[in-house]
Design a protein around this ligand. Structure first.
Ligand SMILES: Nc1nc2c(ncn2[C@@H]2O[C@H](COP(=O)(O)OP(=O)(O)O)[C@@H](O)[C@H]2O)c(=O)[nH]1
Ligand SMILES: [Mg+2]
Length: 169
């Protein structure tokens, strides 16, 4: 899973929660790819030049996650972000325990970006992490090249289900 989001959104903490570690603050200085999770510095998402790099890292991942804290005052991500990321895009809302949390607003931003699933995770208590772990453990249906090309011809992503009544040729 590739994580992107502004500094302080809770990306590094989320990697610790998903690994079952104690929370410990660690400044992310570079994009760490030597792991199941690709954690990127928030500065990358905050600059229009760096953000191109994020699109490249997305190709190294099975899933791309936007991480936004529930108390973020404005949105860094544009609408329909999923159209240039050739991977499933999900949203993870952290800091749901914040007294400034506005979860419905963050959900709206994530829906606008095109997130197909949205998870709420409190990194301090670990609440909500289980649901995300279950999602990450779901196996994708293996496809042949012909099946993938057939889906593409229908305008579908490889991971989208076939429409009702449609079968592979
Ligand atoms: N209250 C609360 N604090 C959090 C949560 N997630 C992260 N933090 C805190 O927010 C700060 C930034 O977290 P970090 O994971 O380094 O963010 P990153 O810059 O996106 O990697 C740290 O002090 C974390 O302890 C959360 O769900 N709730
Ligand atoms: Mg970090």
């Amino acid at each position: 899973m590739f994580l992107m989001g502004r500094s302080e959104a809770g990306k590094t903490s989320l990697t610790q929660v998903l690994k079952g570690e104690e929370l410990h603050y660690k400044k992310t200085q570079y994009t760490n790819i030597a792991d199941d999770m690709i954690d990127s510095p928030g500065e990358y998402a905050e600059s229009k030049y760096f953000s191109l790099g994020l699109a490249c890292f997305s190709f190294e991942a099975d899933v791309v996650a936007i991480v936004q804290a529930a108390d973020e005052p404005y949105n860094l991500f544009g609408q329909c972000l999923h159209t240039f990321i050739q991977r499933p895009l999900i949203g993870v809302i952290t800091k749901t325990d914040s007294s400034y949390a506005n979860v419905p607003m963050i959900r709206q931003w994530m829906e606008d970006a095109g997130c197909e699933r949205i998870f709420e995770v409190n990194n301090v208590t670990g609440e909500g992490a289980e649901e995300l772990i279950d999602y990450l453990n779901e196996d994708m249906e293996p496809l042949t090249l012909q099946q993938a090309m057939f889906k593409q011809s229908l305008g579908l992503n490889e991971w989208d289900p076939l429409p009702e009544g449609v079968v592979y040729p």
